[in-house]
Design a protein. Structure first.
Ligand SMILES: CC(C)(COP(=O)(O)OP(=O)(O)OC[C@H]1O[C@@H](n2cnc3c(N)ncnc32)[C@H](O)[C@@H]1OP(=O)(O)O)[C@@H](O)C(=O)NCCC(=O)NCCS
Length: 189
C-alpha cells in the first residue's frame, strides 16, 4: 500500500507492505573515500542508517545541497521515520557529509532513489557513487529509478556512470517549470 508521496526532487512513496531491510545498528559500509587532495590515506567516511535524531543535520545538508528544491523539515522527518524507507547518512568524524533516501514499490519490484546529496566540500571523491550503491543495495529491487532536473549535470553524470539510462521525461515537473528526467537501472547481482 502506498502511503506517502513526496514529489519535489524525487518522488518518495513508501510501500508499507515491504519488509524494511535490517537497518538498525548495522554499519552498511566503511568506505575509504578517494581524496584527490589529501593524499593516499583519504578520509574514512561511514555510511550507516539515519534516524530522526539526524533531522537537524539532514535539514541543514538538504539546504546546502538543494537550495530552492530542498524538502521542508516535515518531509525530512517523514523520510527519516517512515517504515520501509532506506535512509543512509555518510559521516566524517561525526559530521554529516552525505545523505540518501530510497523507497520500494513492492509488487513492481521497483525502488526509487528519492534524494542523494553530498556536502560541496566533499564532492568528487566517490561519495555520491557510494551512497547511491548503498541505497540500491538496501532497496534490493531489480529495478531502481530516480528523477533529476534536466540541467543537473553532476547528477546526470553520476547516474550515467552508475549505469542508469533515461526512460521518461516529466514536463514542467519542478516549481520553476523545468522538466525532470527519469532514469532507471536494472540491477544485476
Ligand atoms: C550529484 C552529487 C550527489 C554527486 O556527489 P559526488 O560525491 O560529488 O559524486 P562522486 O564523487 O561519487 O562522482 C561520481 C561520478 O559522477 C560524475 N560527477 C559527479 N559530479 C560531477 C560534476 N560536478 N561534473 C561532472 N561529473 C560529475 C563523475 O563521473 C564522477 O566520477 P569521477 O569523479 O571519477 O569523474 C553532488 O554533486 C550533489 O550533492 N549535488 C547536489 C544535490 C543533487 O543535485 N543531488 C542529485 C539530485 S537528483
Amino acid at each position: 500500500m502506498s502511503a506517502y508521496i513526496r514529489p519535489p526532487h524525487g518522488s518518495l512513496t513508501v510501500d508499507l507492505a515491504a519488509q524494511p531491510l535490517s537497518q538498525k545498528g548495522s554499519r552498511i559500509a566503511n568506505p575509504l573515500i578517494e581524496d584527490k587532495q589529501a593524499g593516499p590515506d583519504g578520509f574514512q567516511v561511514s555510511i550507516e542508517p539515519a534516524t530522526w535524531r539526524d533531522l537537524r543535520a539532514v535539514a541543514a545538508l538538504e539546504k546546502v545541497c538543494f537550495g530552492r528544491d530542498s524538502w521542508p523539515w516535515p518531509e525530512i522527518l517523514a523520510a527519516l521515520t517512515f517504515p520501509g524507507t532506506i535512509r543512509l547518512k555518510a559521516e566524517l568524524e561525526g559530521q554529516l557529509v552525505g545523505f540518501v533516501v530510497g523507497d520500494r514499490r513492492g509488487r513492481k519490484d521497483l525502488g526509487w532513489v528519492a534524494s542523494v546529496g553530498v556536502h560541496p566540500e566533499y564532492r568528487r571523491r566517490g561519495l555520491g557513487r557510494q551512497l547511491l550503491a548503498a541505497c540500491e543495495h538496501g532497496l534490493g529491487t531489480h529495478r531502481v529509478r530516480l528523477s533529476l532536473r534536466q540541467t543537473n549535470e553532476a547528477a546526470l553524470e553520476l547516474y550515467l556512470q552508475a549505469g542508469y539510462s533515461r526512460v521518461d521525461l516529466w514536463p514542467k515537473y519542478y516549481r520553476d517549470g523545468e522538466d525532470a528526467l527519469v532514469m532507471e537501472r536494472i540491477v544485476t547481482t
